[in-house]
Design a protein around this ligand. Structure first.
Ligand SMILES: [Zn+2]
Length: 447
């Protein structure tokens, strides 16, 4: 099969190099009002919220080494289409704004796919507009608080981390590293902490109807109590399936299995990630940097998914996510924090849920796949050279799962002896997503 033609436009390549690093952070609540039906996104249709367990947030971290700051925002939502991200950017001029979604499954439907019925959108325009204005406000506030800092990067891959995933689809591959960047001011006080880990925030399961940011809430709470400043959590390579939902996790307090689909279960997952940030940061050394650079390109992803095309036609996305000519355009990004041209931290920004095989490698091309001899895409983190390599999932857009083309499997016989089709393909633009993404990122990440 031929890799489809790739339309790439360099939208921005902004670097700033003028001495020291500055950081600033801000957070705004984006908890919806329950004075009208709020349909929770994820799992299925007609999950109307009945209350609020904990607030949802738009949290932003601004970084600057020169003129134009780069702002990394994370919103506690299932995802946000690029159409909304563009509006955030327009309302926060003078900065390069990145908007990632933490992918919580217990927040409002901002993408329209989880309404009261399958063909009825769950999207509430008033709420999306509120998210846009609050996220832009948090971005502006983060910039207004920029102050000189030192950066402390750390990474941990705990030996028991696999227990926190129930990966239901072979091959079992995780991108399990828990990465953190702590920014400390001149007095040593943490201004902000960026955490990057890959796991679905869906520990509460499909029966919960209380609004919550799931394990992310407990992770941030634990870190903020430990004086890590404002915590901005960015999720990673979530596909394939990276979820704690079916995992057998012991409750450290009782020694018994944690109660499934409970707030306690979410708490254990969140505190686990927080603990490893705290431990790894004890050994962290400050890294002097003089450059924060963000590049972005618009890549054109063919949409083979009839469900996505139909949803767009039915207006489920509220006019967002144009799919003209059987394709959709989505941004691919590259972030580099460097010293004298040498990267210290790099991040690949992916507009969806990446299978970890495409982040760290490990694809297995089963002969029963639909394209078993398709070339294996180069994993994104292997295109990077920094000692600290991040992957931002659901960054600036959400086009669904992105899986290695050679693992694509809609036609029987099914891979790995399965009796029925796998789930990921149902929520993916198509088999060309991975080749398009890998080719776009490789161009973008060149020095
Ligand atoms: Zn997901």
């Amino acid at each position: 099969m031929r890799v489809p033609a790739l339309l790439i436009t360099i939208l921005c390549a902004c670097a700033s190099t003028a001495g020291g690093l500055e950081a600033g952070a801000a957070a705004r609540k984006i908890t919806p009002k329950l004075d009208r039906p709020v349909y929770l996104a994820g799992f299925g249709n007609n999950r109307a919220a009945t209350g609020v367990h904990d607030d949802l947030w738009a949290r932003c971290l601004a970084l600057r080494t020169g003129h134009e700051p780069v702002v990394i925002c994370a919103v506690d939502l299932i995802g946000l289409f690029h159409d909304d991200v563009r509006m955030v950017r327009a309302a926060a001029p003078g900065a390069r704004v990145i908007v990632t979604a933490t992918h919580v499954h217990q927040g409002p439907d901002t993408m329209g796919q989880w309404g009261p019925k399958p063909a009825v959108s769950g999207l509430d325009e008033t709420y999306n507009a509120f998210v846009v204005s609050e996220t832009a406000a948090a971005a502006r506030e983060a910039v207004s608080r920029l102050t000189p800092v030192r950066m402390f990067p750390a990474a941990a891959t705990p030996p028991d981390v696999a227990a926190y995933y129930d990966d239901t689809r072979p091959p079992v591959v995780h991108d399990p590293e828990i990465l953190s960047l702590v920014f400390r001011d001149r007095r040593g006080r943490a201004v902000a902490t960026l955490v990057n880990w890959s796991n679905h925030p869906e520990a509460l399961g499909s029966r919960n109807t209380l609004i919550t940011s799931d394990y992310v809430h407990y992770m941030r709470e634990a870190l903020e109590a430990a004086r890590f400043g404002a915590v901005v959590f960015v999720n990673g390579a979530l596909g394939g399936m990276q979820s704690p939902l079916g995992a057998k996790i012991l409750d450290p307090e009782t020694g018994q299995p944690a109660p499934k689909e409970s707030f306690r279960f979410a708490e254990i997952v969140g505190r686990y990630a927080a603990r490893h940030v705290i431990e790894s940061q004890k050994k962290a050394k400050s890294a002097a940097v003089d450059t924060v650079l963000y590049r972005e390109t618009a890549a054109r992803f063919p949409v083979a998914n009839q469900g996505f095309l139909m949803a767009a036609k039915l207006g489920l996305f509220g006019g967002r996510k144009a799919m003209e000519g059987g394709a959709t355009t989505a941004p691919v990004g590259y972030l580099r924090i460097a010293r004298s041209g040498t990267p210290v931290v790099e991040a690949a920004l992916v507009p969806g849920e990446l299978y970890p095989e495409l982040s760290v490698g490990g694809a297995v091309c089963d002969p029963n796949a639909d394209f078993p001899s398709a070339p294996v895409e180069k994993p994104l983190k292997k295109m990077l050279s920094a000692p600290f390599r991040m992957l931002f999932g659901l960054a600036n857009d959400e086009i669904g799962y992105i899986l290695p083309k050679c693992q694509w499997d809609e036609q029987p016989p099914f891979t790995f002896g399965a009796g029925k089709r796998w789930y990921g393909e149902v929520n993916s633009t198509g088999p060309e997503a991975a080749p398009v993404l890998a080719a776009a990122f490789e161009k973008l990440a060149r020095p």
